[in-house]
Design a protein around this ligand. Structure first.
Ligand code: 5GP
Ligand code: MG
Length: 177
């Protein structure tokens, strides 16, 4: 698999994001809402670099799709903490068309947070179909289908410590589950 971002580069990127969040929120308590399942690895790495009081909430956004094409979005928020009057940071693994982040942000706004910002691990350049942009981006990447560091293909590869481009030749070894 072609490696796009190695473990050391990712570590530095998450350090940088933690610094930006520290500069923005200082010691204010923060509620991080993590979009399952792709952003879990980023969540685990990020929170251990933050020193303000942090609450963690999970929300699931998934589209009915197998493989690489996005479909209709289903949002499940039964695992959400109360975010009324809280400063909220919504995190996701990748900003592609932008629909996921826009729709989840809209749902969270209905819950009455004091503020809401968004952070993504990857921003796929040139793909956005929405006017919104994430407030914080760890890495910009070209328009290729990537896996690893939380990102999956058919629910596999999330555990790779690096980000790789999944190519046709890699799929020969793919074991469907
Ligand atoms: P959007 O709603 O911005 O189009 O898509 C965001 C979601 O699509 C991500 O949370 C992720 O699940 C999926 N996605 C988009 N591009 C990629 C990619 O290159 N690799 C993987 N594994 N998932 C992607
Ligand atoms: Mg996702």
């Amino acid at each position: 698999m072609k490696i796009l971002l190695n473990e050391a580069e990712i570590g530095l990127g998450i350090d940088r994001l933690a610094g930006q969040l520290k500069a923005h929120y200082h010691d204010q308590p923060l509620t991080i809402v993590s979009i399952m399942t792709g952003s879990l690895v980023m969540l685990a790495d990020l929170i251990r670099r933050l020193e303000m009081p942090v609450r963690i909430s999970l929300i699931q956004a998934s589209s009915y799709r197998g493989g690489t094409k996005s479909g209709e979005l289903i949002i499940q928020d039964h695992m959400m903490l109360d975010i009324k009057d809280r400063d909220v940071l919504l995190i996701d693994d990748i900003f592609d068309t932008g629909k996921t982040l826009v729709q989840v942000t809209k749902r969270l706004k209905e819950m009455g947070p004091k503020s809401i910002k968004t952070a993504v691990f990857l921003n796929k350049l040139g793909q956005s179909t929405v006017t919104a942009v994430p407030d914080f981006v760890v890495f910009e990447i070209p328009n290729e289908f990537v896996v690893g560091y939380g990102l999956d293909y058919e629910d596999l590869y999330r555990n790779l410590p690096y980000v790789g481009v999944l190519e046709e030749s890699d799929l020969k070894n793919h074991v469907a589950t």
